[in-house]
Design a binder for this molecule. Structure first.
Ligand code: BGC
Length: 259
């Protein structure tokens, strides 16, 4: 029974996935629902699918927090960038749009930030107090930075310019697929990327997420960097779980301010 559980929804390029999250267990409280991302993935079309996901878990309604992730910068509820999604997202006040559509408070955050919060709360970086950098390797590269457990939101280090290229166009897992790179070939690019990151940030730990992290033994051991680097453990659940954690924290803050 999921009454009272927060709902996390992860908007990706191919699928929109949601599940109620049990914050004691750090896992889904019910089987997740996945619906294909609409071909023309404008904010309105994606909102329709998000509404379907929310309706599917209708026992979650009431006061339960709802957190949604978007693969772009989200500042105070407004989407600011759209590297790998429809450009119609730029400038969209997605939190307002969803709140009107759902008649419910919603928190919208960057996808990598949510995945990082998931990993820090329940996964590979659980309880880590130092400087932790999570990277998600997928269509693009998402990053989340934490110091002493505190998120620095909307870091966009997948777009560092390295050797004259937007880093994600060379080192995301989509580049591996597009160019037919072997793991050792791709690892050379990852090595360049993580070395630049560690020279700029001096993290205590890198966590590597994204679908390809399930094959991490094929490429992480090939990297020669000084920072410990570990695969994410929540796999594709990290974004949904992190979104639910962030939405719950935001609801608590709002309650304190109004109560
Ligand atoms: C976007 C980020 C996002 C990442 C992973 C990048 O292209 O700029 O905001 O977190 O892809 O989806």
């Amino acid at each position: 029974m999921s009454a009272g559980h927060p709902l996390g929804i992860d908007v990706g390029g191919s699928g929109i996935k949601g599940a109620p999250v049990d914050l004691e267990a750090g896992d889904f409280a019910q089987k997740r629902l996945r619906i294909d991302t609409p071909e023309v993935s404008t904010p309105e079309a994606v909102c329709d699918v998000i509404a379907q996901v929310v309706d599917h878990f209708d026992e979650v309604r009431g006061d339960s927090p709802i957190g949604v992730t978007i693969p772009g910068v989200v500042q105070h509820g407004v989407v600011k960038t759209a590297a790998n999604i429809d450009k119609a997202w730029i400038g969209c006040h997605i939190e307002e749009l969803l709140e009107e559509r759902l008649q419910h408070d919603v928190v919208v955050v960057n996808d990598a930030d949510a995945a990082g919060v998931g990993e820090l709360t329940f996964g590979a970086a659980k309880g880590h107090e130092g400087l932790v950098v999570l990277t998600t390797l997928g269509t693009g590269i998402g990053t989340a930075i934490f110091n002493e457990g505190v998120l620095v939101p909307n870091s966009e280090l997948g777009h560092l310019e390295i050797d004259g290229h937007d880093a994600e166009t060379r080192a995301a897992s989509s580049a591996k697929t597009r160019e037919g790179l072997s793991y050792p070939q791709w690892a050379e690019r990852l090595q360049r990327y993580y070395r630049v990151l560690e020279d700029l940030l001096w993290p205590d730990l890198f966590v590597v997420g994204g679908g390809v992290s399930k094959d991490s033994e094929e490429f992480l051991p090939l990297l020669d960097i000084r920072t410990p680097i570990v695969p994410a453990t929540l796999k594709n659940r990290a974004g949904i779980i992190g979104a639910a954690v962030l939405a719950t924290a935001s609801q608590r803050r709002r309650g304190r301010h109004t109560g």
